[in-house]
Design a protein around this ligand. Structure first.
Ligand code: R7I
Ligand code: MG
Ligand code: MG
Length: 375
């Protein structure tokens, strides 16, 4: 892949993530029924009307208006990118410090309800053990929220050149565990990182069948390993013979990929109720990451009322119409779509309307340089 194409994909991934968050956050927590495609188009129409192509910026009379804010999703993704760039690699303590300090500097970004405890404990212990506070969440079960997956996009960029699934898996696990130690949160972040990685390696046309097959193969490998570990521990504890046989429930993300494939390939657009019911739109990783992957795949096809929108735009708009955790689902879907279609597919008017787009472009260049020197 030429430098120009790959760099465009890196930029698309990071900017796509920022825009999904900024545009999606207006609708976070609303039911799909109370959103509807017209409302999303109206919001986007407004930001497009503020743009002046002559200056590639906002119209003169709109310059004083505030840019659309990003939320915790982008705040944390920024820390992941900055920490990887600054250290030319992963340093758990440094990243934990960045997450926590960023929160205390700028707390009103809509963070998850429980993660704040992690930031406080990390700070109080002076980041001595960057994994301990997260492991203590929810009586030692760890958070299953989507806060690991929502911020992970810089990791598959950083690890791109190594082209080693195992290496990417381990990197994502380490980054996620700083705040989320529940296997569902970790595997959700891994699932999202695989989707971004596949999109970075993708060419023009999206082949939903092939995309899902590869995603499923990769996540199955991962889930098998986790299951074996848990089973081994359980067997040692209780010696229960029936635990030896794996069930589909042991491979939640691999299993749900069948539904993602089915809904994405279906001729008619599945009803919103079907998607929200079966894939989900809430703040758990398991009920939001698959929805983001599905939104990206579905948007490569026709969607009524979005005929004059390109596939990147359709991804963001469609993801938001599903309601629920809209900023997070749109940020994850936007990262995948941006990685596939590249920065050229992202309207300039959108880029001019949101906070942190310029930084995302800069981080993309830095991660590109880093990943090419770490070959
Ligand atoms: O996962 P997290 O960072 O939240 C991310 C979400 C995104 O939508 C952001 O846009 C922002 O709005 O928040 O934050 P956590 O606090 O770790 O998890 C989010 C919520 O999930 C928690 O506050 C709990 O309500 C719930 N949750 C759990 N509930 C019971 N048992 C997460 N894990 C558990 C659990 O194990
Ligand atoms: Mg958010
Ligand atoms: Mg959210």
């Amino acid at each position: 892949m030429s430098k120009n194409v790959l760099l465009s994909k890196f930029k698309g991934a990071l900017v796509g993530a920022v825009l999904g968050d900024c545009i999606g956050s207006e609708f976070e927590g609303l039911w799909a029924k109370s959103i509807g495609v017209e409302k999303v188009l109206k919001s986007i129409g407004k930001l497009e009307s503020e743009y002046d192509p002559a200056t590639d910026g906002r119209k003169a009379d709109k310059q004083d208006m505030l840019l659309r804010d990003y939320t915790d999703d982008t705040a944390m993704a920024r820390s992941v990118a900055q920490s990887l760039i600054e250290n030319k690699g992963f340093d758990a303590k440094h990243m934990a410090k960045m997450f926590s300090e960023e929160y205390f500097k700028d707390p009103y970004r809509g963070y998850g309800g429980s993660i704040i405890t992690v930031f406080s404990k990390l700070k109080d212990a002076e980041f001595a053990d960057p994994y301990k506070p997260a492991a203590e969440q929810f009586d030692g079960e760890g958070s299953y929220g989507n806060g690991g997956a929502m911020r992970i996009v810089p990791a598959p960029l950083f690890a791109y050149r190594q082209n080693d699934v195992q290496h990417l898996t381990e990197l994502v696990e380490q980054i996620t565990k700083i705040t989320h130690s529940h296997p569902s949160a970790i595997n959700g972040a891994i699932f999202q990182s695989f989707a971004v990685d596949l999109a970075l390696r993708g060419s023009k046309e999206v082949d939903t069948g092939a995309f899902c097959d590869e995603l499923q193969k990769r996540i199955m490998e991962r889930e098998k390993k986790v299951t074996e570990k848990i089973k081994k521990r359980k067997l040692e504890e209780v010696e229960a013979e029936e635990d030896k046989e794996a069930t589909p429930f042991d491979f939640p993300y691999a299993s749900i990929t069948d539904d993602i494939r089915k809904y994405a390939l279906q001729d008619d657009l599945p009803s919103t109720e079907e998607i929200t019911g079966n894939l989900g739109t809430d703040i758990s990783a398991y009920r939001s990451v698959p929805t983001a992957v599905y939104s990206f795949l579905r948007a490569s096809k026709h969607i009524d009322k979005l005929e004059d929108r390109n596939s990147f735009e359709k991804t963001i708009i469609y993801a938001i119409t599903l309601g629920g955790d809209t900023d997070t689902i749109a940020t994850m879907a936007g990262a995948i779509a941006g990685a596939w279609y590249g920065i050229e597919a992202i309207p300039k008017s959108w880029q001019a309307s949101c906070e942190s787009v310029e930084d995302a472009l800069k981080f993309a260049e830095q991660l590109y340089e880093l990943s090419s020197t770490s070959e």
